[in-house]
Design a protein around this ligand. Structure first.
Ligand SMILES: *[C@@H]1O[C@H](CO)[C@@H](O)[C@H](O)[C@H]1NC(C)=O
Ligand SMILES: *[C@@H]1O[C@H](CO)[C@@H](O)[C@H](O)[C@H]1NC(C)=O
Length: 692
């Protein structure tokens, strides 16, 4: 009896005066204070506990009828046979017999769903009837002392129920035909027990209805377990998941679209765990998986501007609502693009322009493959798409035109042309040299023809030589253009490209160096150097075009190993790099010398600026000379020796001995470097464009 009293105190603490607690005590003599309200086993109906939640939620007719049976109009104040005051009172002993197990059993299936509701009912019954069980002996075990473990699957906030999809909320339990909302209601409770309605007067006898009526009811509280939780409304998960059943063949969400079904299944999985779900439930989930791409994560390739509206509109057309499963396992509806819908409507040729050009093409191809590659039956990329996802041969050639015949007939000529022209250019130089060296007359002849003094005429000779070479290139290009199939070749461009061909001009200088020094060899070397310099100026165009192209497209450093002819391309770019180094080398030398001078010169404060400048220049020259001396000492010495052996009289006035030798060697070294760079460039270029 003691725990019961304690619970009664707990139950009635909310909204009711503590005074009324003892009135229902089945030992009426225990409290004198309330004796006045207990009229010899009869009590005021309002002193009964409020109606339990689970009774209130059902058909109360039987409950009220039972109470009514025990309620009579009684005289509460009489003197002798004369009654001064009548009142409707309820007989406690009658309640004990009328609220029989049979009556309680009527309510039990519903009240028994949630252990909290069952405990509440049990407290009401034991209070009103003194019986320690409900429908049958022993069915109240454990209801006296609830703990949080009494709810094995726990509880969750009632908001969870409102997140259920509308088809589930609108459906009825398959077994009990009870609505979803009603089942949730039967399982719900609040943080602490509350009385709803007229707490001070939970019952009254209404004469007009000839029946007891409930003016208040008591909502189950989690405090029955002796624990506190955050004030709010909750429901018992186990209660709901057992009470609400679905016939999966007639699932109300089956008729609606997959999204609702997905929401339902996810809701049930997250709330009740998958045991409550049919085996196939995961098959029809419309969740954010590989089939869908969240609109937020949608990405376009770099060539978006060149995509037709038909394609850019596609994501909108293929957008659909799907479930993104949140951390609790529930559905968060998101817009997503249906991958197969998108891929059905796109292929490599859907976009042109920059989508088919080099980097943007690579980006586009990779994007397309990432997006649709795994989609079944999608063949939107050409079979050789992997080569499109890497730089192609024409991507690696920096200029648009190529030495390709427009018809099939001339195809095999292309390679021969290139190799042939290189050989030709070098062969002529070689022949001229050999011939000139043997006869010794060709230069003299030309010099005599151009000028009376050979020393002064070398610039003219150099320019003429360069002009002749350019003309020869141009005429050859024009000649090629005449060949059927090559009509579209741009002659100027071709001639310019040929300027980058390696020429053996340096051989002439070498010859001049090795020859006995005289007027002729110096002027020959100088004119050769000049004409070669002019040719290099023209060559610089295509070299720089290639260099900047490789730079812009990051071809120096990107991996071309897997690319077809990537090695040749790299060789070509490396050639331009070498060429630039060869050009820059003399300047680097000067700057380096100036730097060394500068650091040595730091203390000369007293000199005037001009004097210092002159001084510095002189010292730079000295430093350069010193460096050259060191680096070329060996060759210089050999040539010097050769010249010292020479006893010809021409030597004395014109030759400044070793100084001139050093000049030759500098020119020679520079031109040799350029020649090597151009050889590398052309080796790469021919390899790259080889059998195009
Ligand atoms: C409640 O139950 C009684 C019988 O116990 C029945 O006559 C009445 O129709 C029921 N009321 C409702 C609303 O179902
Ligand atoms: C279903 O619920 C389980 C356990 O809560 C969870 O691990 C699983 O990921 C859920 N399945 C889906 C598809 O959300």
């Amino acid at each position: 009896m003691r725990p019961l009293t304690a619970l009664c105190l707990l139950l009635t603490a909310v909204g009711r005066g503590a005074a009324s607690d003892e009135t229902l005590d089945l030992a009426p003599a225990t409290s004198d204070i309330h004796l006045s309200k207990n009229f010899h086993g009869w009590v005021n109906p309002e002193d009964l506990h409020p109606m339990p939640q689970c009774i209130e939620q059902q058909n109360q007719t039987l409950w009220l009828d039972t109470l009514t049976k025990c309620t009579r109009k009684r005289c509460i104040w009489n003197i002798g046979a004369i009654c001064f005051r009548h009142q409707w009172l309820t007989e406690l002993s009658c309640l004990s017999s009328e609220f029989s197990p049979a009556v309680v059993r009527e309510y039990l299936p519903y009240c028994g769903r949630s252990v909290l509701a069952k405990a509440q009912l049990y407290h009401w019954i034991s209070h009103a009837t003194g019986r320690m069980w409900l429908g049958e002996v022993g069915d109240s075990t454990g209801l006296d002392y609830l703990t949080s473990a009494s709810l094995p699957q726990g509880y969750t906030h009632v908001n969870t129920a409102s997140r259920a999809p509308w088809c589930l909320k609108g459906s009825s339990s398959f077994r009990s035909m009870e609505s979803f909302g009603h089942v949730v209601g039967s399982c719900s409770f609040v943080s602490s027990t509350q009385v709803i309605g007229n707490a001070a007067r939970p019952w009254e006898y209404r004469e007009s209805q000839h029946s007891m009526v409930a003016l208040a009811s008591e909502v189950v509280g989690y405090d029955l377990t002796g624990s506190l939780i955050w004030p709010s409304s909750y429901f018992d998960i186990e209660c709901l998941c057992h009470a609400f059943s679905t016939d999966w063949l007639e699932d109300p969400c089956l008729e609606s679209e997959d999204l609702e079904l997905t929401k339902e299944h996810l809701w049930l999985n997250a709330t009740c765990e998958s045991a409550s779900l049919p085996d196939w439930w995961t098959d029809r989930l419309k969740v954010l998986d590989s089939r869908f791409i969240s609109v937020r994560e949608w990405k376009w390739p770099a060539c978006l501007e060149d995509m037709p509206d038909k394609i850019t509109e596609l994501p909108n057309q293929c957008a659909t609502d799907v479930c993104a499963v949140d951390s609790d396992g529930y559905c968060q509806v998101q817009r997503a693009v249906d991958r197969s819908c998108f891929c059905r409507n796109i292929n490599f040729n859907s976009c042109s322009g920059s989508c088919h050009v080099f980097e943007t093409r690579i980006d586009y191809v990779n994007w397309l493959h990432d997006l649709c590659g795994a989609v079944e039956d999608w063949h939107g990329l050409p079979n050789d798409w992997r080569s499109l996802a890497a730089p192609t041969v024409s991507d690696m050639i920096p200029w648009e035109w190529s030495l390709l015949p427009t018809n099939e007939a001339g195809q095999c000529a292309s390679n021969t042309w290139k190799l042939g022209s290189i050989a030709l250019v070098n062969l002529t130089t070689l022949l001229a040299l050999l011939f000139g060296k043997r006869s010794g007359s060709i230069h003299r002849l030309s010099l005599d023809f151009l000028s009376s003094s050979p020393v002064e005429s070398w610039p003219l000779l150099g320019i003429a030589n360069a002009a002749l070479q350019l003309l020869a290139y141009y005429l050859t290009a024009v000649g090629i253009q005449q060949v059927p199939g090559y009509e579209d070749i741009p002659t100027m461009q071709l001639a310019l490209l040929w300027c980058t061909l390696p020429r053996l001009g340096w051989l002439s200088i070498l010859a001049a160096v090795l020859q006995k020094p005289r007027v002729m060899s110096l002027s020959l070397a100088l004119s050769c150097f000049l004409s070669e310099t002019i040719m290099q100026c023209f060559a610089s165009y295509y070299i720089l075009v290639t260099f900047t192209y490789a730079q812009q497209h990051n071809l120096f450093f990107s991996s071309l190993d897997d690319t077809e002819r990537g090695g040749s391309a790299r060789l070509m770019y490396f050639g331009t790099y070498l060429w630039l180094l060869a050009i820059a080398w003399p300047f680097i030398q000067i700057v380096r010398a100036a730097y060394i001078m500068g650091t040595l010169d730091g203390s000369g404060e007293s000199d005037s600026l001009d004097a210092r400048r002159g001084h510095t220049t002189k010292r730079i020259a000295q430093e350069l000379a010193r460096q050259r001396e060191e680096s070329l000492a060996w060759l210089g010495q050999r040539i010097g020796h050769a010249w010292e052996d020479d006893k010809t009289p021409e030597r004395a006035p014109l030759v400044a001995g070793k100084t001139q030798a050093k000049l030759y060697i500098a020119m020679l070294a520079n031109m040799l470097c350029l020649w090597v760079a151009q050889c590398v460039f052309w080796a790469g270029f021919i390899g790259l464009s080889g059998d195009l």
